[in-house]
Design a protein around this ligand. Structure first.
Ligand SMILES: Nc1ncnc2c1ncn2[C@@H]1O[C@H](COP(=O)(O)OP(=O)(O)OP(=O)(O)O)[C@@H](O)[C@H]1O
Length: 260
């Protein structure tokens, strides 16, 4: 197999200009099949623009875009049709028939919502609605799954559960994944690879070499987290060392009359 055959996405010299500013500027990116990549960048650096181009929701001004036909996007908000029940939302746009229905029910079961097939979207919690959106995406068996801050609107606990679910489903179905996120910990927990966008290009492209299960307390996790936060322009305080790790320093002389 050639290296090209294992690629799901190939971007070359990508350029996108808005109001005279090149948001993406001569950007190259390859995504391998089955690889989970997290895309980080400060606000307004062009992450969503890149994802929209990959999803054919926008077109570049220049450059070459090779992406698979089978691709789906999950957005920050679930975008369910309120007048259709959950099952109908999951199978939306697919041919009618017993087979599609069975597969849609199976997709709902995978996200733990088989009991909610007949519910209306308006009765679901935010996390449940986002799981329906995920089931809808998975049913299409995408080779490329584009996730645009899919957990951002969820409460902290639901977000952690959703991250675990998405990680598990992606390991099972093996699409190439591009996850746009602002959350450095989320990126390090989930991704095989992290890329950082700044000034129209990728300023970091790094494999996530942190052992599973990935814990924030792991020194490799903490070190990558610091590198990424620095890339994002966030001031990172120096790690706090235990007193035992500090060198013995001479006790300073106190001025006469001072009390210890
Ligand atoms: N359709 C458009 N017309 C004009 N400007 C646009 C358009 N889409 C995006 N932009 C501009 O391009 C820049 C990048 O936007 P984009 O949404 O891709 O950034 P982002 O990194 O996803 O930001 P955030 O993290 O805040 O969501 C922004 O300055 C935005 O205003």
């Amino acid at each position: 197999m050639t290296a090209e055959a294992s690629l799901a996405v190939q971007l070359r010299g990508l350029r996108r200009v808005f109001a005279g500013r090149a948001v993406l500027d001569d950007l190259d990116l390859d995504l391998a099949r089955g690889e989970f990549t997290a895309l980080l960048g400060a606000s307004g650096t062009g992450k969503t623009t890149l994802l929209r181009i990959l999803g054919a929701l926008d077109a570049p001004d220049a450059g070459r875009v090779l992406v698979p036909e089978a691709r789906t996007v999950v957005f920050q908000e679930p975008r369910l049709v309120p007048s259709k029940r959950v099952l109908a939302n999951v199978r939306l746009g697919l041919p009618r028939g017993r087979d599609t229905e069975l597969r849609a029910r199976q997709a709902l079961a995978e996200v733990g919502l088989e009991q909610q097939a007949d519910a209306w979207p308006g009765t679901l919690s935010g996390g449940e609605a986002q799981r329906v959106a995920l089931a809808r995406a998975l049913l299409r068996e995408p080779e490329l799954l584009l996730l645009d801050e899919p957990f951002a609107a969820l409460d902290a606990l639901t977000r952690l559960r959703m991250q675990d679910l998405v990680g598990e489903l992606c390991r099972k179905h093996r699409p190439a994944v591009l996850l746009v996120t602002h959350d450095v910990d989320e990126a390090v927990r989930l991704a095989d690879r992290v890329v950082v966008l700044r000034d129209g290009r990728l300023i970091r492209d790094e494999r996530v070499a942190v052992a599973h299960p990935r814990e924030v307390a792991d020194p490799d996790f903490a070190a990558l987290r610091r590198r990424l936060l620095t890339d994002l322009g966030v001031a990172v305080p120096a790690p706090v060392l235990p007193a035992s790790a500090l060198p013995d320093l001479p006790t300073p002389e106190l001025p006469t009359g001072a009390h210890r």
